[in-house]
Design a binder for this molecule. Structure first.
Ligand SMILES: [Zn+2]
Length: 298
């Protein structure tokens, strides 16, 4: 696979990361140039760049594509995105996934790696511990998600396991000053809120929310297993396939790389134009750098 040295690394690594996900590279390779006519400009730029990376026959040269597509069009994905300046890769990945889901060439097909494989619902529930009142959001009003954003809580010290992060994500927390909707109760310190993950996506993307509002990074080491089984994920077995890493202290500085994890558990680092292997998945520096994880349902 070819690489772009001239793309800023949050774009380069994000594209490399997406191409490691099950079905994505194949469906992109299958897109014919004519199919892109009239397609969304950002989707077109992404598909063309990815095809060039994958050396799809007939793909335009990377240099041309960089100039004509991503440089101009990535800024249309979200305000403030820049193809030249380092920034939070997920600010690009999340709106891109939303666009890929809706696009004709990938998103609307039955085999779509985004529409069918990545989506899940978050189901919020409130429950009053005083009277037992319970309310779960209806299916119609649940939001469709493509990336599970999980908080790294302040009380985590030094290191944490992904299993603990997922447990906390789905655990009930007290909603202060929230009045119980039961008219005979109306207690305002007894309502808890929790959320569950509904659906077991074939490809599960987990976003470790490392950056605060100012873009300052929480560098806590997160131990992510190669095989993940967790009650929050209906005890479905997941295998790690890729990780997007951020090395540095703030969202707009540092460096992004991608790790590909093969079926035998060996990890390969994709660092701009270089593929280096192996990566020690359990090393402290790897655990501090992992930012977005991709798991495949086994
Ligand atoms: Zn109540």
């Amino acid at each position: 696979m070819r690489n772009f040295n001239r793309l800023v690394c949050y774009l380069n690594s994000s594209i490399q990361f997406l191409l490691q996900l099950p079905g994505v590279a194949d469906s992109i390779t299958a897109v014919q140039p004519a199919e892109l006519k009239g397609e969304d400009t950002v989707v077109t730029a992404f598909v063309q760049l990815a095809q060039a990376l994958l050396s799809t026959p007939g793909a335009q040269s990377a240099e041309t594509l960089f100039k004509v597509s991503v440089e101009q069009k990535s800024t249309r994905l979200a305000p403030g995105l820049s193809p030249r300046r380092q920034q939070d890769a997920t600010e690009w990945l999340i709106p891109l996934l939303a666009k890929l889901r809706r696009c004709r060439v990938l998103g609307s097909s039955v085999a779509s790696p985004v529409q069918r494989a990545m989506q899940f619902h978050l189901v919020p529930t409130i429950e009053c511990t005083a009277c037992g009142f319970i309310r779960q959001q209806t299916e119609q009003s649940q939001t469709v998600n493509f990336m599970l954003g999980v908080q790294l809580l302040a009380h985590y010290q030094g290191s944490v396991t992904l299993a603990d992060v997922l447990t906390d994500f789905t655990s009930a927390t007290l909603v202060h000053e929230f009045v119980c909707p039961n008219p005979r109760c109306q207690n305002n310190e007894s309502v808890e809120r929790r959320q569950s993950i509904s659906g077991s996506p074939r490809t599960l993307l987990i976003h470790l929310l490392r950056f605060d509002d100012q873009g300052v990074k929480n560098t806590i080491a997160v131990a992510a297993p190669l095989l993940l089984i967790h009650s929050a994920l209906s005890n479905v077995q997941y295998r790690l396939v890729a990780a997007l890493q951020h090395h540095g202290d703030t969202a707009d500085s540092g460096h992004y790389t991608t790790v590909r994890v093969d079926a035998d558990g060996s990890a390969v680092l994709i660092d701009d134009a270089n593929e280096r292997s192996p990566v020690d998945w359990n090393a402290e520096q790897t655990r501090e750098a992992i930012y977005v994880l991709a798991y495949e349902r086994v």
